[in-house]
Design a protein around this ligand. Structure first.
Ligand code: G
Ligand code: G
Ligand code: MN
Length: 528
């Protein structure tokens, strides 16, 4: 359809829908990506807790090996043992100092040699491990002591907290990581705290060693899933946005196309560009013009004369066909009424209507207004209902048809034989005429079987008491065959093509009296 009109933009579903489609993939995709990001952060948290735990276990394995090596020396005098104590410190990277204790008192250390200090087994979690906030040598510096031996005598091996802190600080500030031993815990701040460590709010992971009384805990202080998502999935976001933009643009294009066709039809309606073409319908026998079918044409300012099959389907789809038909009826009445004297009484004027017309009773007013412009009884109005699109026989439609009949308006079933109407349909709508589709008329002169179909239709009409109009009569042979079979009315190029009202009136005025035009001679005014 030609598109010329520009529509002012207004805020409606037409403008909102494309935007909704743009954000829809993001709306659906973001929660999925967020879920993915949360799983990712949980995995990070778990992996950090595991790595710190494994590192702590590795260090404790070293301490345990050193302690086991020194255990046989417990009870020996310090002078004999101190070299071995120092040797362990030198040999083992993680061991800061080694200590022997007996009778619950330290009596020999790698650093100071002979020394005396109490050892309380209760300081050690499960009698094995003590995470402490420094000792007399390095006060305020985190330290872990591994204890091995019996209740009152044994070995202590210490490790500098720095070895643990290196790992606690490896994951950056966002991830809170702690090592816990009994009632004490060490965080990335390098301090040993008493009590329970604060639980991070997001992606918490807690792991405990099966070999030592030590556990680790990791988690994020804030919910970083959104930040993580934006920084880690930019390509996926771009893809979602791309899909959205694509869907939005396609939708916008489709809506624009549709609404500009609608706007163009509306403009044409306002500019009165839909004009009637009249195709005569003749009576079999004398072939006098007994009526006309009014066919719509679009007198487009740029495209010229547009055929109805190019715009009627769209007008039917958009519902504008109702207003267009009303305008066509008004225009036809306006141009024919002043010449009503040229028409015989009961001259048939037929308009094509569609299912949309049958939704309410507005068609009654349109018909009444049309008829009011002619002297009473001068014209007989017929409405042609296409059989291609079925009309629901509901209460409103049946009321409309009943009232149309009361007004004297007749109903013809158009394109008969091409659709799917049942006999019931014919009966329910109280049809007056059948218009036999031209494809059946074209069978005349063909093989016998096809012709039987035409004969059956004619016979059916007779039995049901319906009038018949044969469409698409193009040859004298068809005309005579139909006349022989008592088809009352005929329409087709043989008699006349659809023509503008002026041409129709000229031809009508020029005729000397019935029969106006020789059935064999097409009128000179033919133009389509
Ligand atoms: O006029 P033409 O000869 O090209 O008609 C083509 C088709 O358009 C036919 O099926 C005819 O029924 C339909 N048509 C013509 N005018 C009208 C009209 O005013 N209203 C409707 N609904 N259909 C029409
Ligand atoms: O569907 P409806 O009957 O309203 O359609 C009428 C259509 O038939 C119009 O397009 C009109 O131009 C066309 N028409 C009318 N007479 C003839 C004819 O003799 N032969 C052919 N092929 N088409 C015709
Ligand atoms: Mn028709």
């Amino acid at each position: 359809m030609p598109l010329t009109a520009r529509r002012p933009t207004h805020w409606s579903w037409r403008t909102l829908l494309p935007w909704a489609l743009v954000i829809l993939p993001l709306l659906i995709g973001t929660p999925a990506l967020r879920w993915q990001a949360e799983r990712e952060l949980e995995a990070q948290s778990h992996s950090a807790a595991l790595q710190v735990l494994q590192q702590a276990e590795r260090i404790l394995d070293h301490l345990s090996t050193a302690a086991r090596a020194l255990l046989p020396l417990v009870g020996q005098p310090c002078e004999r043992a101190s070299l071995a104590l120092r040797a362990e410190v030198t040999r083992n990277a993680f061991v800061r100092s080694t200590v022997l204790f007996d009778q619950e008192r330290v009596y020999c250390t790698s650093l100071l040699g002979g020394y005396d200090e109490a050892v309380d087994v209760d300081d050690y979690t499960e009698g094995t491990l003590w995470l402490m906030d420094g000792n007399s040598v390095t006060p305020g510096h985190p330290l872990m002591i591994y204890r091995m031996g019996e209740a009152r005598r044994g070995v202590l091996v210490t490790v500098d907290g720095e070895h643990l802190l290196t790992f606690l600080r490896l994951y950056g500030e966002d991830l809170a990581l702690q090592i816990r031993v009994g009632e004490h815990w060490l965080g990335a701040d390098g301090q040993v705290h008493a009590g329970t460590p604060p639980t991070p709010a997001h992606a918490l992971a807690k792991l405990a060693s099966t070999r030592y009384p030590i556990s680790t805990q990791a988690g994020f202080k804030e919910n970083l899933s959104l930040v993580f998502m934006l920084s880690h999935y930019p390509a996926l976001f771009a893809l979602l946005l791309g899909i959205g933009l694509l869907a939005g643009s396609a939708c916008r294009w489709q809506i624009r196309r549709a609404s500009s066709s609608r706007a163009e039809l509306e403009r044409a309606l306002q500019a009165d560009e839909f004009i009637p073409y009249l195709q005569p319908v003749v009576r079999s026998g004398d072939y006098h013009w007994a009526g006309v079918e009014v066919l719509m044409r679009w007198q487009h300012p740029r495209e010229g004369l547009v055929r109805p099959d190019l715009f009627i389907p769209y007008a039917e789809h958009s519902g504008q066909i109702v207003a267009m038909t009303r305008a066509l009826m008004e225009r036809t009445a306006r141009s024919l009424a002043p010449f009503a004297a040229l028409l015989d009484d009961g001259f048939h004027i037929a308009f094509n209507i569609t299912a949309d017309h049958c939704r309410n009773l507005a068609l009654l007013d349109d018909c009444a207004q049309f008829l009011a412009q002619f002297p009473p009884g001068r014209v007989a109005l017929t409405l042609e209902l296409t059989e291609r699109k079925l009309i629901e026989p509901d209460a409103a439609t049946l009321e409309l048809f009943a009232k149309l009949h009361d007004m004297g308006v007749m109903i013809a079933l158009d394109d008969f034989g091409t659709g799917q109407s049942s006999l019931n349909y014919l009966h329910q709508f109280n049809i007056d005429y059948l218009k036999i589709d031209r494809s059946f008329v074209a069978m005349i002169g063909g093989e016998a079987l096809s012709l039987h179909i035409l004969d059956s239709i004619i016979e059916l009409c007779e039995k049901l008491g319906l009038g018949i109009v044969a469409e698409g009569v193009e040859t004298p042979e068809q005309r005579d065959y139909l006349a022989r079979h008592e088809v009352e009315y005929q329409q087709g190029y043989l008699f006349a093509r659809p023509m503008p009202v002026a041409d129709f009136l000229t031809a009508l005025a020029a005729r000397p009296g019935p029969p106006a035009l020789s059935a064999r001679t097409p009128p000179e005014i033919i133009r389509d």
